[in-house]
Write a protein that binds this ligand. Structure first.
Ligand SMILES: Nc1nc2c(c(=O)[nH]1)N[C@H]1C(S)=C(S)[C@@H](COP(=O)(O)O)O[C@H]1N2
Ligand SMILES: [Mo]
Length: 406
């Protein structure tokens, strides 16, 4: 006879079938009691103009203790999210000079440089143009950066939480540049934000024409102030820093400008002393979010292994999972639709026998790029980088069910 889900969720260990049967009997007794209780006769809470989550839900961004909290970052509790979207309130934040208080009625986007018709767009004008909505992740290239020097990020939020995935709505950059009349010899675009850090980045024109957006909405409403309200540049699959928030100008040029954020920062030192520069694309990466570091399994039996994978090169093609420390790998189930440069949810049914194990995941994208082991990554790049760490992550589960980072 096939066991019920209740039985499979219960311990299949030492105490054997009796314990399981006892537990499921206890469960159904409780269920009957609850059903016996009088239905509530009091009115519940009122209707409200703008929704809030249940007071029982407590997942939060991790806000580090900073002297100047305007300059810093918060991380998404990825292990507390389901599916592929990050709630806007939990989208990670990375600000180099705080969140500027921008009045959308006064904010404009200037397009100039090597164009025939320099143009200023108000927000109302941008919103009247043909729009598109796309689901994309944003990942800070510093995400998982501590793993270069000290492997073993404690949990998913600390180790991977500088990445989030939203539905973004806006106007293709190609439409705006064509409107302004691109000159033939144009090759790069400088994007600048309206905050005090004076962030600007040189971006290859062909990428911006292919799929970049100027976005004003996130997950169905105006983008949040911390995500760049009222306007941000969205460069799918490129490192977080290029997704310029509070976007106020795009200047079309013929060469990169070697800005501070592409020379003194956001370059990758190699073992020979040279540095990789303009490392825009976020390579394929994955992490098991359940079970994961800092959590505890309730006991042996059925558990669904769950995780997220993403690649700046396109779709995730396969996520392989190992439940024996990397000896054998099996393809997990991928949630559809699988979207290019978006989070992809993977799942795998697993019966834990209560023995210590090591769980790992490895993503392969549609270009065939496979997430490397830490050793392979170190062999290719050395260990002195700060950005673009993508090594395979392992979680170790002890006999008592505690999950630790390896
Ligand atoms: N204008 C401006 N744009 C910016 C930043 C900033 O400080 N100012 N931070 C960048 C960095 S380093 C990252 S990782 C992403 C973070 O986007 P988020 O805060 O919406 O998660 O925005 C980028 N765009
Ligand atoms: Mo970043």
């Amino acid at each position: 006879m096939r066991s019920t889900w209740k039985q499979r969720l219960a311990a299949i260990d030492r105490r054997g079938f009796l314990a399981t049967a006892g537990l499921s009997a206890a469960c159904s007794q409780k269920g009957e009691q609850a059903a016996d209780e009088e239905p509530p006769s009091q009115l519940g809470a009122q209707v409200s103009a703008y929704g809030e989550r249940s007071p029982y839900e407590t997942a939060k961004r991790l806000v580090p203790d900073l002297k100047r909290p305007q300059i810093g970052s918060t991380t998404t509790p990825l292990a507390d999210t389901e599916g592929i979207l990050t709630p806007s309130s939990l989208h990670f934040e990375r600000h180099h000079a705080g969140v500027p208080p921008i009045d959308p009625a006064r904010h404009t986007l200037l397009i100039h440089g090597m164009v025939d018709r320099p143009t200023v767009f108000t927000l109302d004008e941008l919103k009247r143009l043909p729009s598109v909505s796309r689901i994309h992740f944003i990942e800070c290239s510093g995400n998982s950066g501590r793993e270069w020097k000290a492997p073993g990020a404690g949990d998913v939020q600390r180790g991977f939480g500088l990445a989030s995935c939203s539905e973004w709505t806006g106007v293709p950059v190609s439409l705006l540049l064509e409107e302004a009349g691109l000159r033939r010899d144009a090759k790069w675009v400088l994007a600048e934000g309206a905050d005090a850090c004076k962030l600007f980045r040189s971006l290859p024109l062909d990428k911006l024409l292919r799929d970049a957006l100027v976005v004003y909405a996130q997950n169905g409403e105006a983008i949040r102030p911390s995500q760049g309200y009222p306007l941000r540049l969205l460069v799918p699959g490129f490192e977080g820093n290029t997704n310029v928030k509070w976007l106020r100008q795009l200047k079309v040029v013929d060469e990169p400008y070697m800005a501070k954020d592409e020379t003194s920062k956001y370059t990758d030192l190699m073992p020979d002393g040279k540095a990789r520069i303009f490392t825009f694309v976020m390579d394929a990466k994955s992490v098991i979010t359940h079970p994961s570091g800092g959590r505890k399994l309730s006991g042996p039996g059925f558990h669904e292994i769950r995780g997220l994978a993403w690649s700046g090169r396109g779709r995730i093609e396969t996520v392989e999972v190992s439940t024996d420390g990397g000896k054998r790998w099996k393809a997990s189930m991928l949630q559809e639709p699988r979207l290019p440069m978006a989070f992809t949810r993977f799942r795998m049914a697993w019966e834990w026998d209560g023995q210590p194990v090591e769980l790992m995941s490895r993503a392969i994208d549609e270009t065939g790029y496979a997430q490397p082991s830490r050793e392979d990554l170190a062999a290719a790049r050395g260990l002195q980088s700060s950005y673009h760490y993508t090594g395979i992550k392992a979680w170790r589960i002890t006999a008592s069910g505690e999950v630790h980072s390896v």
